[in-house]
Each structure stands twice: as structure tokens, then as C-alpha cells.
Design a protein around this ligand. Structure first.
Ligand code: GDP
Length: 455
């Protein structure tokens, strides 16, 4: 049986309450040394699962705090072990003192992700769910959290399971047919074989396709706001931020460095980088700013290229449009409240979306949000569909898809069922790796080492 571990389960810092979690065989024995129920007739060691007691937290004979202890009994707990959750008043000092008291009473500090690792080892969750926990902790926006939640509920695990069952049935059938010719195993019709390969491949392709969009929703993107001086970049940043983040003046060249601000745009967390206007300049500081803004543009996952609708098209605008071609870029034609002179058609071809707005009047943020969702491919993403939530899962799904493509080739090329069966086995082992069913220690280590302590 594993040692009993302890850690803060709630975020560090000041809060209404803090939860210190104990897990392991001695969880209740340790709890009994630091927690004394108000009703002296109650014994912590005998507490049943899913019950709570009110009492005092003590260390070295000194009262630390009063609060509630919740008990879970193996295997009906998050980790599958005996668990005690001690809720004290929020604040780093009390919670830390309580953790110290638990350590003095025989627990040891939990390593990163150790609770979730134990849940995995004890068969409470599979690897996709373990990674979903991590993703949920990190999720940037509400939709990203919903996606992670879906995986946590096991939707992804069920989907992969379904793929695996179909492939196992196929592999079994081929093996039986090839290895036991004397038995009366019915031959597999090549069309039926091809249909199964195609259907599972299509399912995997769907998961793979949604991974990028899911990652955008969970993690957000970095966006560069670029354009000539005075087109309204800082005004746009301030509009999206909801407060005056950047200095706005009618003097060209005011923004000399990159100003950063995270905002929610169309449900996506977008870290906006307002850059120095792109223009030729003799000013060294401004020139450095422009260099940085070009780099911000190259690194950005989203480019917001701003043009002044009230000014005629300039050479710099053409250049900017050319630089944006083939990138995830939106043309924003600003100052729509003024008489329009800009030739939008001349730049539109370089952008997948064109939005006309008046940032100075506080108008257009919503239309821009919708354009952002379309450009980033998240507009049609249903947060309730199963979704791969880590690069590791993504890589395994791609491997399975490629192995199935090879199986299809082998079938088409007349290489015989042996060759098909080898490829199907490869696909199966990639899928097993995805859910961690035969996960090697190295994979498990990698997954859990990225967790934060206490989860
Ligand atoms: P930047 O140099 O591109 O960051 O441009 P700024 O945001 O500093 O704006 C330059 C000037 O354009 C300022 O005087 C703004 O008030 C003005 N401006 C920005 N947006 C609009 C708009 O939608 N309509 C009008 N009429 N003026 C605007």
C-alpha cells in the first residue's frame, strides 16, 4: 500500500476556505492526530465514507483553526484510497500549519500530480481522463473548460474504446482465418474489411482535426495588432480590453514598444500585442519597436491588420496585406464613422475575413469576435464532442491513423491479410498508448510529472 500523502488541494493564496487533502492507507489515522471532532463521541478513525465532521485542527497541542473534515473510504474516492479532506479557513499560514501538522503525524508531501496518478494506478480513471484533469486546471476560457470536462467524463475514452473494439474484432477475425485454415472461419470480405478501416480512420481524423481548435479554446492564442501609424491600433486594443491600456494620441509613432493585454474575444482567450506602427523611420527607438512588431507578427497565432477606412490605400497597406497572405489574419477597416476612401477590395484577397468597424466609437467588437472564431476554426466546434487534450494523445491518434492508412494500402496492394493484420496491430497499440492501457512507465511519468502538486 502506498504511503499517505498530503497537499493543499485548493490554489495557494488567500481564499474563503482552503482544503488540505490526505490520501493513503493511514489517511484517517493521520487526520485523527490533527483533527478533533466537536462531538467527542465521534472517532475519526471510524468515520464512514461520504461523511463529514465538524471540529478543531490542532498542532503541538495548539488550536490552529476550526473547520470540517470530509471522509472517503477506499475504493470510493478520487484516488481509490482512503481520503480525508480537511477544510480550514483560507490563508496560507493556517493551511501550511495544517499540512506541517499532517507531516508530523506521518504523512509525506505529495509529488506533482500524485493524487491523479494514484487514481490512474488504482483504475479509477484512464490516462485520457488524467490528462483532462490537468487540462481542466489550465483551461483558459469557459469553452475550453467544457471541452476538458467532456474528456474528464470519459467521452474520449469511450470513443477510443469503440475504435479499439472494432479493430480488435477485425484483428481477431484475420488471425483466426489466417492461423486456423482448417477451422471453418468465414472469410472476411475485403469490402467489409475496408469499410471498418475507413470508418475508424474517419473517426480518428475527426478527433485529429478538432485538436487544433480545441487547443485554441483551452490555451488561447497570441494575436498581433499591426498596421500603419494612426490607423487606430491602440484604440482597438483599448476597446477590446475594456479600459485604456494603450496611449492613444493623434501623433503617429506614439506606441513604440509592444503593449500586451489578454482579452476574451469570441470566447477565445486572446493575448493582444499592440505593436509600433509599421513605417520607415529615422528614430532609433521607434525602429526597434517596428522590428519587434514584425517579430510579433511572425510569431502570432492570429494577426489583426488594421487599416484606416477614411484614408486612401497606401503602399504600406499593400505591403501589409501581402505579408498577411496565407496567415490566420483578419483585415480590420477602422474609422467607419468617417467618410470612406479606403480601397478594401485591393487588400481583401489576402485575408480570410474583413471586418469594418469604428473602434473610436466602441463599435465592432462583437463582429470581430465572430470573425476570430471563424479564422481560428472554432466557430463550429461543439464543446461537448470528445476531444484530444494533449500533444501526446494527438501524436498517438496520428500514429493510429497512419497505421490504418497503411493497412488500407496493404489491402489495396494485394499484400495479403498478414500485412494488413500487422498494420492493424500497430494502430491498436497506438490507441492503447493513448488511453494508457499498456502505458509504459515512461509515458505515465511524463503525463504525471506535468501536474501541479495537490491534484
Ligand atoms: P495607432 O497609432 O494605430 O495606435 O492609432 P491610435 O489608436 O492612437 O488612433 C489614432 C487616432 O485615430 C486617434 O486620434 C484616435 O482617436 C483616432 N481613431 C481611432 N479609431 C477611430 C475611429 O473609429 N473613428 C475615428 N473617427 N477616429 C478614430
Amino acid at each position: 500500500m502506498a504511503e499517505t500523502i498530503v497537499a493543499l488541494a485548493t490554489p495557494p493564496g488567500v481564499g474563503g476556505i482552503a482544503v488540505v487533502r490526505l490520501s493513503g492507507e493511514a489517511a484517517l489515522t493521520v487526520a485523527a492526530k490533527v483533527f478533533f471532532p466537536h462531538n467527542a463521541a465521534k472517532k475519526v478513525e471510524n468515520a464512514k465514507g461520504y461523511t463529514a465532521l465538524y471540529g478543531k485542527f490542532m498542532a503541538d497541542g495548539r488550536e490552529l483553526d476550526d473547520g470540517v473534515a470530509l471522509f472517503f473510504r477506499a475504493p470510493h474516492s478520487y484516488t481509490g484510497e482512503d481520503v480525508a479532506e480537511l477544510s480550514c479557513h483560507g490563508g496560507p499560514v493556517v493551511a501550511q500549519s495544517l499540512i506541517d501538522a499532517c507531516i508530523a503525524a506521518g504523512a509525506r508531501p505529495a509529488g506533482p500530480g500524485e493524487y491523479t496518478r494514484r487514481a490512474f494506478v488504482n483504475g479509477r480513471i484512464d490516462l485520457t481522463q488524467a490528462e483532462a484533469v490537468m487540462s481542466l486546471i489550465d483551461a483558459a476560457g469557459r469553452q475550453g473548460a467544457a471541452l476538458a470536462r467532456t474528456a474528464l467524463d470519459g467521452a474520449l475514452a469511450r470513443r477510443i474504446q469503440e475504435f479499439k473494439q472494432r479493430l480488435v474484432a477485425l484483428a481477431g477475425h484475420i488471425a483466426a482465418w489466417v492461423d486456423f485454415p482448417e477451422e471453418d472461419v468465414p472469410a472476411l470480405a475485403p469490402e467489409a474489411l475496408a469499410a471498418t478501416l475507413d470508418e475508424v480512420s474517419a473517426g480518428l481524423a475527426e478527433l485529429i482535426k478538432n485538436f487544433g481548435a480545441g487547443a485554441v479554446l483551452r490555451e488561447g492564442v497570441d494575436a498581433a495588432i499591426v498596421g500603419s501609424p494612426n490607423v487606430g491600433k491602440s484604440t482597438l486594443l483599448n476597446l477590446l480590453a475594456g479600459f485604456d491600456r494603450a496611449i492613444v494620441t493623434p501623433i503617429a509613432g506614439t506606441t513604440r514598444d509592444v503593449v500586451e493585454q489578454a482579452v476574451m474575444l469570441g470566447g477565445v482567450r486572446v493575448t493582444l500585442r499592440d505593436t509600433a506602427g509599421l513605417r520607415d523611420t529615422g528614430d532609433v527607438v521607434e525602429a526597434e519597436g517596428i522590428r519587434r512588431s514584425r517579430r510579433a507578427m511572425e510569431e502570432a497565432g492570429l494577426i489583426l491588420a488594421v487599416f484606416d477606412g477614411s484614408a486612401p490605400l497606401a503602399e504600406a497597406d499593400r505591403q501589409l496585406a501581402a505579408d498577411c497572405a496565407g496567415r490566420p489574419a483578419i483585415a480590420i477597416v477602422n474609422k467607419s464613422d468617417l467618410p470612406q476612401q479606403f480601397d478594401t477590395a485591393a487588400v481583401a484577397g489576402s485575408f480570410s475575413e474583413v471586418v469594418t468597424l469604428a473602434a473610436g466609437r466602441g463599435e465592432g467588437a462583437e463582429a470581430l469576435g465572430e470573425a476570430v472564431r471563424r479564422v481560428l476554426g472554432v466557430a463550429g466546434l461543439d464543446p461537448n464532442v470528445p476531444c484530444l487534450v494533449s500533444r501526446r494523445q494527438y501524436a498517438a491518434a496520428c500514429e493510429a491513423r497512419d497505421a490504418l492508412a497503411e493497412a488500407k494500402n496493404a489491402l489495396g496492394g494485394g499484400f495479403g491479410l498478414d500485412a494488413v493484420s500487422v498494420c492493424v496491430d500497430d494502430a491498436l497499440s497506438a490507441l492503447c498508448r493513448l488511453t494508457g492501457e499498456d502505458a509504459s512507465d515512461a509515458v505515465v511519468e511524463e503525463v504525471f510529472s506535468t501536474f501541479c502538486v495537490g491534484k
